[in-house]
Design a protein around this ligand. Structure first.
Ligand code: GTP
Ligand code: SPV
Ligand code: MN
Length: 636
C-alpha cells in the first residue's frame, strides 16, 4: 500500500493548490496512524490524551490540525475545572468580565461587526444544486436554501483555512445533541480556536468524553470553526473579540455530515451544534431516517385537572419561543414546564404511533431585550448563575441591562440581538422529562409569527395537510436575529427559512409522507400574539396570558363541541369559548377577525410565492390545499 508522502509531514505548509477538502484515506490512515500521532507529538497537546480518542476522531483532528496549523491542541473534557481554567484566562485577557451581582455570570462584548447570524454567507454544498434549492421560476433568486458547488467550496476553503489557527490553540469539543447515547441523540466533534465558543458549547450542548464510549460504529458530525484571524494579527481586534467579518463563510456538506465556519464567533454562526448541526445537517439525516428536525420549542402544559399535554411550536427567530416555552400561566391551577426553547427532534414511535420529541440542546441562547421578571420570570431565574451574556449592557452595580428589563437606565448600550446563554437545568420549571432519551409525546404543533395585520390570535388547521400548507405560508416581521434591515413582513416557511437543510419542496413532501396509517398525527394550529390595532397597539396582552389560547387548543384536542367557528383559513374560537376571566379591554372581534380583503390579497401573494419559489418542487397535495383555500377565501 502506498502512503501519501504529505501525510508523513503533516505540519509542513499545505502545498499551494491543494484542497482543504483533501482527506487522509482510511487505509493510508491506519498504516500511518502511528506516524501521524508521532507528528502530533511535536505539537503540544495542552490537555487530553490523543491516543484515547477513537481512531476516526484522531484522524479528523490530525487532518484538520495539519490544515489549520494551531500552536497546540486542547482536548476538552467538559469538567467544571476546565471551565474555570478557561474563564480565568478570558477574564485576565479582558474578553469576559464577571457580572458581580450574580454567581459565575459573565459579560462579553463582540466586535460590532459580529452580532448576528449572517444568512447571506451561509451555504449548503451539494453536487446537485436542486438537492439544496427548489426549481424557482426563471430569474428568481431562491429564498430558501443557499447553494454552493463542491468546487466553489474547495476554492473558498482553500483561501481561508490553511494556517488559519496559527498561533492559537485548537480546542477539540466532543459533544452530544440530546442525552448521551439516547436513541434520538447524535454526536458531534467541534474544532475551534475560540474559547468563548468552548464555554458556550459547554452550556448549549453536552460536552463529555462519554460520547466516545457510545460512538461505536455510528458516525459523528464534523464541525470545523475558526475565528479566521491567525497570529500575528494584522488588523485591530475590537473588544478583545477576534473575528474576520469580511471573510465570513458558514458552509455545510450534508452527505459528509460536515460543517465549516470561518470568521465569526457569534451564536448560530459559531456554536455549530445549534443551527448548523441540529437543524441544517440534522434535517438531512431526519429526511433519510424518517424523523423531523425543526425550529420548535417543546412545552408540557398541565391543566387544573392534572392532565398534561405536550406541545411543539415553530416561530421564526426572536418571535417568542423562549417566552412561550417558559410561560407563567395567569389562569389559576395551570402549570407549564419547559422541555426546550428552540429546536425539536421528533420521531413517530413504532409502539404507540405517537410523535415523540427531544430537545437536542442543553441550554438556552435567548434574546435578552424584552426579557424581564414581568415577561419571562423563569428565564430570569435561569440566568442568575453560570451564564454568559453577550452584547448586553452593564450597570454600575455589576448587573446586566437591556431594554424592557425594569426601569429605564439611560445611556446604556446593548444590541437588539444581545443574548444570554444559560444552562437549561437551572430553569425552575424545566420538565422532569426534559432529558428523557425517549422524548415526550406531542399532541399539537403550533406555527406563528409577527403578523401586525389580518391574522387572528389563533386558528386550528383542517388536517395534517392543511397544517403543512399553513406552515409553508408562515410569514413574520423581520427581527434583529439576522442581518436584515428594517421591519417588513417576510416569508419564513415552517420558521425554517434560514435553517433549511435541503430542497424545500422535498421537505414539504417529507412532512406529507410522515402521515401513515397507525400514526397519531398531532393537530396543527396557527397563533399570532402580535396583531395590532389601527393605533399601532398590540391587541393581545401576550406572555402569561397566552395560556388562554393554549386552553382553547387543549379543549379542541379534547373534542369539546361548540367552541369553534369555521372560516376560510381554519377554525377560530367562538367569542365565548376563549377564557377571558380577569382580562379587561380585549377587542375580541378585532383580534379574531378574518378580513376578506386581506386574505384575498394574501392568497394571491402566497400563490405567487409558492409558484415562483418552490415551482415544480411544490408537492401536488400542497398545491391542492392552496387552491382549496383560495376558493374558500373567494367564497367568503
Ligand atoms: P430565537 O432564539 O431567535 O429562535 O427566538 P425565540 O423565538 O426564542 O424568541 P424569544 O422568545 O426570545 O422572543 C423574543 C421577543 O419576543 C422579545 O422581544 C419578547 O418581548 C417578544 N415576545 C415574546 N412573547 C411575546 C408575546 O406574547 N407578546 C408580545 N407582544 N411579544 C412577545
Ligand atoms: C435564532 O436566530 O433563531 C437563534 C439564535 O436561535 S442563533 O443561535 O444565533 O441562530
Ligand atoms: Mn432560534
Amino acid at each position: 500500500m502506498s502512503v501519501d508522502p504529505n501525510l508523513l509531514t503533516p505540519f509542513k505548509k499545505t502545498p499551494a493548490g491543494e484542497s482543504s477538502l483533501r482527506e487522509i484515506s482510511a487505509d493510508a490512515y491506519y498504516v500511518i496512524n502511528e506516524v501521524v500521532v508521532k507528528r502530533l507529538g511535536h505539537l503540544p497537546i495542552y490537555k487530553g490524551d490523543f491516543h484515547l480518542l477513537p481512531p476516526k476522531v484522531q484522524r479528523f483532528v490530525a487532518e484538520k490540525a495539519e490544515l489549520m496549523r494551531p500552536r497546540g491542541i486542547y482536548i476538552c473534557d467538559g469538567t467544571e475545572h476546565e471551565s474555570e481554567e478557561i474563564v480565568d484566562k478570558l477574564v485576565e485577557r479582558g474578553m469576559l468580565s464577571p457580572l458581580k451581582a450574580y454567581h459565575n455570570n459573565y459579560i462579553c462584548r463582540t466586535d460590532p461587526k459580529d452580532v448576528a447570524r449572517v444568512e447571506s454567507k451561509t451555504w449548503m454544498v451539494t453536487n446537485d444544486k436542486y438537492d439544496t434549492v427548489c426549481r424557482t421560476a426563471e430569474g428568481v433568486e431562491p429564498l430558501m436554501g443557499h447553494w454552493m458547488s463542491p468546487n466553489d467550496l474547495s476554492t473558498e476553503l482553500d483561501s481561508r483555512f490553511p494556517g488559519c489557527m496559527a498561533g492559537r490553540i485548537m480546542y477539540v469539543i466532543p459533544f452530544s445533541m440530546g442525552p448521551v447515547g439516547g436513541p434520538l441523540s447524535k454526536i458531534g466533534v467541534q474544532l475551534t480556536d475560540s474559547n468563548y465558543v468552548v464555554l458556550s458549547m459547554r452550556i448549549m450542548t453536552r460536552v463529555t468524553h462519554e460520547v466516545f464510549d457510545v460512538l461505536g460504529n455510528s458516525d459523528f458530525t464534523r464541525c470545523i470553526h475558526s475565528v479566521g484571524l491567525p497570529r500575528p494579527v494584522k488588523q485591530r481586534v475590537i473588544n478583545h473579540w477576534p473575528c474576520n467579518p469580511d471573510r465570513v463563510l458558514i458552509a455545510h456538506r450534508p452527505p459528509e455530515r460536515e460543517i465549516w465556519s470561518f470568521g465569526s464567533g457569534y451564536g448560530g454562526n459559531s456554536l455549530l451544534g445549534k443551527k448548523c448541526f441540529a437543524l441544517r445537517i440534522a434535517s438531512n439525516i431526519a429526511k433519510d431516517e424518517g424523523w423531523m428536525a425543526e425550529h420548535m420549542l417543546i412545552m408540557g402544559v398541565t391543566r387544573p385537572c392534572g392532565q398534561e399535554h405536550f406541545i411543539a411550536a415553530a416561530f421564526p427567530s426572536a418571535c417568542g419561543k423562549t417566552n412561550l416555552a417558559m410561560l407563567e400561566p395567569t389562569l389559576p391551577g395551570w402549570k407549564v414546564r419547559c422541555v426546550g426553547d428552540d429546536i425539536a427532534w421528533m420521531k413517530f414511535s413504532k409502539e404507540d404511533g405517537r410523535l415523540y420529541a427531544i430537545n437536542p440542546e442543553a441550554g438556552f441562547f435567548g434574546v435578552a431585550p424584552g426579557t424581564s421578571k414581568k415577561t419571562n420570570p423563569m428565564a430570569v431565574a435561569t440566568f442568575q448563575a453560570n451564564s454568559i451574556f453577550t452584547n448586553v449592557a452593564e450597570t454600575a452595580d455589576g448587573e446586566y441591562y437591556w431594554e424592557g428589563l425594569e426601569d429605564e437606565v439611560k445611556d446604556k448600550s446593548y444590541h437588539p440581538n444581545s443574548r444570554f446563554a444559560a444552562p437549561a437545568r437551572q430553569c425552575p420549571i424545566i420538565h422532569p422529562k426534559w432529558e428523557d432519551p425517549q422524548g415526550v409525546p406531542i399532541d399539537a404543533i403550533i406555527f406563528g409569527g409577527r403578523r401586525p395585520a389580518g391574522v387572528p390570535l389563533v386558528f386550528e388547521t383542517n388536517s395534517w395537510l392543511h397544517g403543512i400548507y399553513t406552515g409553508a405560508c408562515l410569514k413574520s416581521e423581520t427581527t434583529a436575529a439576522a442581518e436584515h434591515k428594517g421591519k417588513s413582513v417576510m416569508h419564513d416557511p415552517m420558521a425554517m427559512r434560514p435553517f433549511m437543510g435541503y430542497n424545500f419542496g422535498k421537505y414539504l413532501q417529507h412532512w406529507i409522507d410522515l402521515e401513515q396509517p397507525g400514526r397519531i398525527m398531532p393537530k396543527i394550529y396557527h397563533v399570532n400574539w402580535f396583531r395590532k390595532s389601527a393605533e399601532g397597539k398590540f391587541l393581545w396582552p401576550g406572555y402569561g396570558e397566552n395560556i388562554r389560547v393554549i386552553d382553547w387548543i387543549i379543549k379542541r384536542l379534547d373534542g369539546v363541541e361548540g367552541i369553534g367557528k369555521e372560516t376560510a383559513i381554519g377554525t377560530v374560537p367562538t367569542p365565548e369559548s376563549l377564557n377571558l376571566d380577569g382580562l379587561d379591554g380585549v377587542k375580541l372581534d378585532e383580534l379574531m377577525s378574518v378580513p376578506k380583503e386581506y386574505w384575498a390579497e394574501d392568497a394571491v401573494e402566497v400563490k405567487n410565492f409558492l409558484t415562483t419559489q418552490v415551482g415544480e418542487d411544490l408537492p401536488a397535495p400542497i398545491r391542492n390545499e392552496m387552491e382549496q383555500q383560495e376558493k374558500r377565501i373567494n367564497d367568503m
